[in-house]
Design a protein around this ligand. Sequence first.
Ligand SMILES: NC(=O)c1ccc[n+]([C@@H]2O[C@H](COP(=O)([O-])OP(=O)(O)OC[C@H]3O[C@@H](n4cnc5c(N)ncnc54)[C@H](OP(=O)(O)O)[C@@H]3O)[C@@H](O)[C@H]2O)c1
Length: 247
Amino acid sequence: MKETYNNKTVIITGASRGIGAKTALKFASCGYNVIINYVNNNHLAQNIQKEIVSKYNVKVTLIKADISKEEEVKKIIDIIKENYSSIDVLINNAGIAIDTTLEDKTVTNFKRILDVNLIGPFLMSKYIGKLMLNQKSGRIVNISSTNGIDSYYPYSMDYDASKAALISLTHNFAIEYAPYIQVNCIAPGWVNTEMNKELDKEYINEESKHILLKRFAEPEEIAESIYFAATAPYLNDTIIKVDGGRI
Ligand SMILES: NC(=O)c1ccc[n+]([C@@H]2O[C@H](COP(=O)([O-])OP(=O)(O)OC[C@H]3O[C@@H](n4cnc5c(N)ncnc54)[C@H](OP(=O)(O)O)[C@@H]3O)[C@@H](O)[C@H]2O)c1
């Protein structure tokens, strides 16, 4: 059954696959117009667009742009201004990890991770935040990780640092944009997406023993929490761990 079009619009970075794609489907199922950002996988983004359009009566726009580059973020803003009367929710979801031993870590890769996982959300929050401030309303949800809080993993020390910094950014943007824009953060634990495709079964089994639910999350389960963080009325400046309970 088609949902009713509600005129609200969400932009989700990195929504061609994984958590972002399931989040796009969740918002569409609740009547939001969806802007799907991605950087490479045109075909996957089109598949999500087709799935949404076939199921829900909402507008879907695809924007290929590297969110770590200011010029490309400005391009996103131009497209939003041309095509939408408001922008209600920003989900800063796009992220990358390059897991290696310390020996193999390079400054170039460390900087690339910071560019995508931290500078990207900073640029998106700065420019989309401006549009939201003009409207005097908006919601931003940053997707960090439990690796940015207390689940450290030396193979991803660069990624962990970027996710810790994203939590700091969440607090500062919540302060800067109050009382008009509510800014929150979801910190997932392990999730079954392509990001973890290199993990071997033995490692997954070992890690699962430390999760009270005894399994990794599915991306649609994280999407539910992201939707909550974007819509719960009095929620602001909060970091929510979504890790199945970890011991
Ligand atoms: N999976 C986990 O276990 C886990 C746990 C905690 C937190 N997280 C966080 O959750 C978020 C989503 O993770 P995921 O597992 O769903 O990742 P994923 O399956 O690897 O998908 C990453 C998405 O980000 C996009 N992307 C990458 N670089 C980009 C850039 N420079 N500009 C715009 N888009 C870019 C990709 O687009 P293309 O398809 O075009 O490449 C893709 O849509 C990330 O921030 C991740 O750090 C994941």
